[in-house]
Each structure stands twice: as structure tokens, then as C-alpha cells.
Design a protein around this ligand. Structure first.
Ligand SMILES: *Cc1c(COP(=O)(O)O)cnc(C)c1O
Length: 401
């Protein structure tokens, strides 16, 4: 599900050959996101899951406004994690009823913005109960809240764990009854629970297990709630394959777990919505990062392609965004797709630091200055997750095609 069509030896994104696309963008480096692939991914998730699951897009994965605007009508809601993301979501025209706002350190002003906007706040501490009560009273508006729970189990298989054990995220499950009481006392409008166990999980069975455990936990916790549960958000964190040997996620066990949960919810809480929030899985494969080769250097026998792009635009591909051992993202020479000849090269950026590596000793067709290097699987955690100011090089462009 990544761009793969070629024309006259050139990779096409959104049907446009890469050199022409680069001219259209007017600069390299750039990220290009394929609309058709974005829509196809949402459609395949919907087709693979039981009917009636709310599918939210987690804006953190790629908050570029044009992309969020494209995703908005395709999904059932947006999840944000800052007032900046909230603004992007609202500008995209989302119904605030279907926005939730998570994050461990919400500022007082952000909380007031969320209440004024009418979105659901996933609250993560006693402090947030107080701030919400204050904002609600001051604005004369109800504060819609869900409790983000730090579960008492671990998610196995996630690349980045964000639940279980000691975490800054959410409220420890054993403390939730007290938070629910505080919510009731403060007169906030309790709507449900949120759990997010972790990111980049490629194991359908472990996601399914986490879903079942999350559901059981939520059923247990709901006994202490002051009003009926209207929505449970059981997170996402579904992974995409980046590295050799990684397999695409098998949705079958996930779908099976969701159908079971829906079945028991139908009798427990017939009016409750079951929501998932997916970021990377929806947008990651639809995007590529494109940089131009500026120089070709041979140092003691090793070939280096020096490009105009690098870690300042694509921190994740450089291996510095949550990887323990650096591995290469899939790469190609986008205007030489039909060559069969191979040489071993390293692709580096222009930054004066050894961290600025896009690909380390990969087999590629011989490439020269002017050629276009492509990094696949780049639709999520790209431009917005990179230190663009580092070393003062120009920013990258982004396009939807
Ligand atoms: C990061 C995050 C997401 C998105 O995670 P992906 O792995 O991109 O799907 C969703 N929800 C919360 C609360 C997050 O922190």
C-alpha cells in the first residue's frame, strides 16, 4: 500500500512521475502524500473491521492541515494532543462532538480552549479535573470528559509503550475510582474511558489481547462512574512494516476481538460507541520523502550520496526517533526505477553531524547529482516530528497528490 507505479523508469506518486512532481512542487526536498492510497487505507480498515466501530484519525501522526482536511470526511472523528492540533482539527471542519483531546500536561489555557470548543477531554490527572471545573464554571459550558486510564497490564509487541507500569500518561487504573468521584463532585460531564497502550505494533494477536483486556478493565472501572458510559476509546498503535523481515499487520484477530467486545457491549451499554484512534496505520504508507542528490563522494571505497534532505526533515528515517538499533527505511532512486545494476551506497544529508544518515550501506542503482532519492513509509512522524531548525537549512515542502 505504498506508491509503486512507475512510468518510463520513474516512480509515480498520485499518478505523477517524480521529476515532474518535483518541478510541480518547485523544490526538493518534499513529502508527497497520495490521496488515493490514503482513502484506500481507510476503506480497507473499514472493510476489515466489524460494522459500527468509530474510526478516528490521530492528528499527531501527521498534522499537516491539508492532509488533516483530506482525512476529516473519511473518518468518524479526530484525536488531538495539543491546542495546536485542536486548531488544525477545527479548521478542517470536524464536528467537536467527535474530537477528543489527550496529553499529559495540558495547560490551563488549552483546557479552556477545549471546553469552549466543546470537545471531549481525556483527562489524565486530578489537576485536570480542577482546571476543567474552573473553565466550565467560568465559561458557563459543560466540560465533556473521559478518563484516560494507565492500565494495569502491558501491551506486548509495541515499538513504543505508552501504558502499563509507571507512566506519565493517563491515570493509574487503581486510582480511577477516586478520579471518577472527583469528576462527579465537580459536576463535569463524564462520557467514558480512553486507553492507549502503545505505538507501532505489528502483532494482530497482541493488539487483540490488549483490546480484550482494555475492555474488561473499562467494564470494571465503569462501576464507579456517576453516569452511563457513552464512549470507550480503546486506542490504536497499529504498526506498518518498515524494515526487512517485518510483516504487515494481520487485522483478522483484531476484528475478531472487536466483534466480541461489541457483542458484550450491546448488552452492557447499548448506547455506547466503541472508538479506535489510528495515526501511523492510516497515513504512514501513503507518504514518501523525496530529496535530490547534491554530491556523490567516495571515501576510502565507500560511496556516499549527499542529498539536500536529511534528519532535519526526516528524523525517523535517520534512526533517531525511538529506534534502539538504527535500521534503514525502504529507499529507492526514484528516477532510475528500471535499472537492474546495483551498488552499495550510503545516503546522507547536508548536516554537519554523523547522525544525518537516511540510508546506511544499501544496494541501489548507481545515482548521481540531480537524481531523486525516495524514502518510503514516510507519511507519519515525518516533517512535524523532525528538528527542521537544526543547522538552519531550508524547510521541506509537503504536497497531496
Ligand atoms: C501517538 C498517539 C496516537 C497515534 O499513534 P499511532 O501509533 O500513530 O497510531 C493515538 N493516540 C494517542 C493517545 C497517542 O498518544
Amino acid at each position: 500500500m505504498r506508491p509503486s507505479e512507475t512510468l518510463d523508469g520513474e516512480l509515480c506518486v498520485g499518478g505523477i512521475p517524480l521529476t515532474r512532481l518535483a518541478e510541480r512542487v518547485g523544490q526538493t526536498p518534499f513529502y508527497a502524500y497520495d490521496r488515493h492510497l490514503l482513502a484506500a487505507r481507510v476503506a480497507s480498515v473499514r472493510a476489515g473491521l466489524p460494522h459500527g466501530i468509530g474510526l478516528h484519525y490521530a492528528v499527531k501522526a501527521n498534522p499537516w492541515p491539508a492532509l488533516v482536511g483530506f482525512m476529516r470526511p473519511l473518518v468518524d472523528g479526530l484525536d488531538v494532543a495539543s491546542s495546536g492540533e485542536l486548531a488544525v482539527a477545527l479548521d478542517a471542519g470536524v464536528d467537536p462532538m467527535h474530537v477528543s483531546f489527550a496529553g499529559p500536561g495540558k495547560r490551563e489555557a488549552e483546557i479552556a480552549q477545549a471546553v469552549a470548543a466543546g470537545v471531549l477531554v481525556n483527562l489524565e490527572s486530578f489537576r485536570e479535573v480542577e482546571l476543567l471545573a474552573r473553565a466550565s464554571e467560568r465559561l458557563g459550558l459543560p466540560a465533556r470528559v473521559a478518563v484516560r486510564v494507565n492500565p494495569d497490564f502491558d501491551l506486548r509487541g509495541a515499538g513504543m509503550r505508552m501504558g502499563g507500569g509507571a507512566k506519565p500518561f493517563g491515570v493509574d487504573a487503581e486510582v480511577v475510582p477516586l478520579v471518577l468521584r472527583a469528576i462527579g463532585d465537580a459536576g463535569l460531564r463524564f462520557e467514558g474511558f480512553h486507553l492507549y497502550p502503545g505505538s507501532q505494533n505489528l502483532h494482530g494477536a497482541s493488539i487483540a489481547q490488549a483490546l480484550r483486556q482494555s475492555h474488561e478493565l473499562v467494564v470494571r472501572l465503569a462501576e464507579g462512574a456517576s453516569s452511563p458510559v457513552k464512549q470507550i476509546n480503546l486506542g490504536g498503535g497499529w504498526g506498518i512494516p518498515y524494515f526487512p523481515g517485518e510483516q504487515a499487520l494481520d487485522l483478522a484477530p483484531v476484528a475478531e476481538a472487536l466483534a466480541e467486545i461489541q457483542g458484550s457491549m450491546a448488552s452492557e451499554w447499548p448506547a455506547c460507541r466503541l472508538v479506535l484512534e489510528l495515526g501511523r496505520y492510516l497515513v504512514g504508507e501513503a507518504g514518501v520523502y523525496v530529496a535530490r542528490v547534491l554530491d556523490r563522494k567516495v571515501s576510502r571505497g565507500q560511496v556516499f550520496l549527499v542529498t539536500d534532505g536529511g534528519m532535519h526533515h526526516h528524523l525517523a528515517a535517520s534512526g533517531n526517533f525511538g529506534q534502539v538499533i538504527r535500521r534503514n527505511y525502504p529507499v529507492a532512486v526514484g528516477n532510475r526505477m528500471d535499472l537492474t545494476e546495483r551498488e552499495k551506497v550510503s545516503i546522507v544529508g547536508p548536516l554537519c553531524t554523523p547522525l544525518d544518515v537516511l540510508a546506511d550501506r544499501v544496494e541501489l542503482p548507481p545515482a548521481y547529482p540531480g537524481d531523486l532519492v525516495v524514502v518510503f513509509q514516510s507519511g507519519a512522524y515525518g516533517a512535524s516530528a523532525s528538528p527542521q531548525a537544526f543547522l538552519g537549512h531550508p524547510r521541506c515542502a509537503e504536497v497531496l497528490v
